[in-house]
Structures are given as structure tokens and as C-alpha cells.
Design a protein around this ligand. Structure first.
Ligand SMILES: [Cu+2]
Length: 150
């Protein structure tokens, strides 16, 4: 009886430990692009991030399949890294200047209704719900008239 209890406690502990460490998840993210150069640009940006195990973008589906450790990074951070390279994602519209700098073969059709957002101040790795200005940790919704304004 006692032994069974100890065993089940051990099992519980192991389960708990596994769920803490095994936090790798797979996600599909819409990313706009056009050619093989886009593919390598997008994949390189994501694969170079800490916590990312693999990233594969497909032109046919306009989707990036990414495996990442959600303790180390997030879909926000991943999509920020992509937007910075000039590619629109389902969450972020790429910096217009970066888009303009893409080679002609990479100028994918942009969604006219995409959010008009300026990500020129954005840096990879900022936390969800915080300002894109890395030096400031106010929530975006409370930035009016604060130090977050440049
Ligand atoms: Cu391209």
C-alpha cells in the first residue's frame, strides 16, 4: 500500500517535470512572401532565434511551420523577427522601408487592409503587451503623453 503511494507520487513528480521541460510546440503562422529568396530570408531570421528548433516556410501555403520552446520565445517574438526582415505576418505588418528594400522578385502582394503600423522602432525579443520602445516598459495602451512617445 505504502509502496504504491510512493510510486504514484514519483510518477506524479516525473509527469510534472516532463511538462515543465518539454514545452516545445509547433505552430503555423501566415507569412507573406514570394520566392526562394523569401523562403531563406524568413527561415534564416526565425532559425537564428533562441528557442527555435526548426522553421519551414512554404510559398504555396504562405505559411511558416515553426517548432519552438515557448519558455524561451513566443509567437510574438517570432513574428517580430519576420516583420523586421520585411515580411508581413498574421500579427504584424512589416516595416514599409524594409519592404521597399526587398529585391524586386520578393515584392509580394501586400494586403491593402493590413494594419498600418510602424515597426521601425521594434526590436526582436520585446515582451508581449509592452511598448515597442525597448527602453520603456509601459503598456502600449497607456503610452499617451508618456516617455514611450518619441
Ligand atoms: Cu523573395
Amino acid at each position: 500500500m505504502m509502496r504504491t503511494k510512493v510510486l504514484s507520487l514519483t510518477a506524479l513528480f516525473i509527469f510534472g517535470a516532463v511538462s515543465v521541460f518539454a514545452s516545445v510546440k509547433t505552430e503555423k503562422i501566415k507569412v507573406n512572401g514570394k520566392c526562394g529568396m523569401c523562403k531563406s530570408r524568413i527561415e534564416k531570421a526565425v532559425n537564428s532565434m533562441e528557442g527555435v528548433e526548426s522553421a519551414t516556410w512554404k510559398n504555396e501555403t504562405q505559411e511558416l511551420e515553426v517548432k519552438y520552446d515557448d519558455q524561451k520565445t513566443s509567437t510574438m517574438q517570432i513574428q517580430t523577427s519576420i516583420a523586421i526582415t520585411g515580411h508581413d505576418t498574421e500579427m504584424f505588418s512589416a516595416n514599409d522601408k524594409k519592404y521597399a528594400e526587398l529585391p524586386d522578385c520578393c515584392k509580394y502582394q501586400r494586403d491593402e487592409n493590413r494594419e498600418k503600423m510602424d515597426h521601425s522602432e521594434m526590436t526582436p525579443g520585446y515582451k508581449q503587451g509592452t511598448s515597442a520602445n525597448p527602453g520603456c516598459d509601459h503598456d502600449i495602451s497607456e503610452t499617451a503623453g508618456s516617455c514611450c512617445e518619441k
